[in-house]
Design a protein around this ligand. Structure first.
Ligand SMILES: [Zn+2]
Length: 230
C-alpha cells in the first residue's frame, strides 16, 4: 500500500515536464535585416518597375513606371504581380501574424512604399518601437498617401488604411499612439517595400540627371494679397 502511494507521488512528480517553459521563438533578426538590406539593394534595379517587389514581372510594369499617377491601377492582374502573401494582405485585406513580418523589428533609415504601386507611405523617422508585433508609425509621409475606411471585420469599428493610389489594404490606424501625434499606424510588413536611405539618394541623383534644370521664369506674383486687404 505504501509502495503504491509512493509510486503515485512519483508519477505525480513526473508530470512536471509539462510545466517546462516553452521557449520563446527568437526572431531571426539578423536574417531579417540581411534580407531587408538585400531588398533595399535590389530597389535601385527595380526602379523601372517600382512595385514589382518579389513578384513576377508583368507587362503593365513599364506603363505604370512611366506615369504611376495616371496609370489605371484597377487594370492590374494583382495575382501575377504580387506574391501570395502580398496578395492576401493587400487585395483581400488580410493580416499577417504578429512578429512574423519583415519590418516589425527593423529600424534602418529609409522609406516605406506601397508594395503594389510603389507610392511612398512612411518615412523611417515616423516609425517607433511597438510591442504589438507589427511595424508601427506615428504619421504618414503625406496626408495624400493614405485613405481611411471604417472596417467592422472583427465586430467593432476600426479605421482601415489603404494606399491612396492603388487601394491596397495596408493595416489600421488607432488613437493610442505613444508620441505627440497620438496616432498608431499599424501596418502589415507584406504591404510595404523598404527603400534604404542610400537607395533613395541614388534615386534622386538619377532623376536629377534625367531632368536637367529648366530656365523657367519665376512665377509672377499675384495681387491676391492686396485684394484680400481691400
Ligand atoms: Zn499602392
Amino acid at each position: 500500500m505504501r509502495k503504491t502511494i509512493a509510486l503515485a507521488i512519483l508519477l505525480a512528480a513526473g508530470i512536471c515536464p509539462y510545466a517546462a517553459v516553452q521557449g520563446e521563438q527568437p526572431a531571426s533578426e539578423k536574417k531579417q535585416a540581411a534580407e531587408s538590406a538585400a531588398e533595399a539593394k535590389r530597389s535601385i534595379e527595380d526602379r523601372a518597375a517600382p512595385a514589382a517587389g518579389d513578384a513576377k514581372q508583368d507587362t503593365v510594369a513599364d506603363d505604370a513606371a512611366a506615369d504611376p499617377e495616371r496609370f489605371d491601377w484597377t487594370k492590374v492582374d494583382w495575382k501575377k504581380r504580387l506574391t501570395r502573401l502580398q496578395y492576401y494582405i493587400t487585395r483581400e485585406a488580410g493580416t499577417e501574424r504578429a512578429f512574423t513580418g519583415k519590418y516589425w523589428d527593423f529600424f534602418k533609415p529609409g522609406q516605406y512604399r506601397c508594395v503594389g504601386c510603389g507610392l511612398p507611405l512612411f518615412e523611417s523617422d515616423a516609425k517607433f518601437e511597438s510591442d504589438c508585433g507589427w511595424p508601427s508609425f506615428d504619421r504618414p509621409i503625406s496626408e495624400k498617401a493614405l485613405t481611411e475606411h471604417v472596417d467592422f471585420k472583427i465586430g467593432y469599428p476600426r479605421t482601415e488604411i489603404r494606399c491612396r493610389r492603388c487601394q491596397a489594404h495596408l493595416g489600421h490606424v488607432f488613437n493610442d499612439g505613444p508620441t505627440d501625434t497620438g496616432q498608431r499606424y499599424c501596418l502589415n510588413s507584406a504591404a510595404m517595400k523598404f527603400v534604404s536611405e542610400k537607395a533613395l539618394k541614388a534615386e534622386k541623383e538619377q532623376s536629377a540627371e534625367q531632368q536637367p534644370p529648366t530656365d523657367k521664369p519665376a512665377p509672377v506674383a499675384t495681387d491676391a494679397e492686396s485684394k484680400a486687404g481691400e
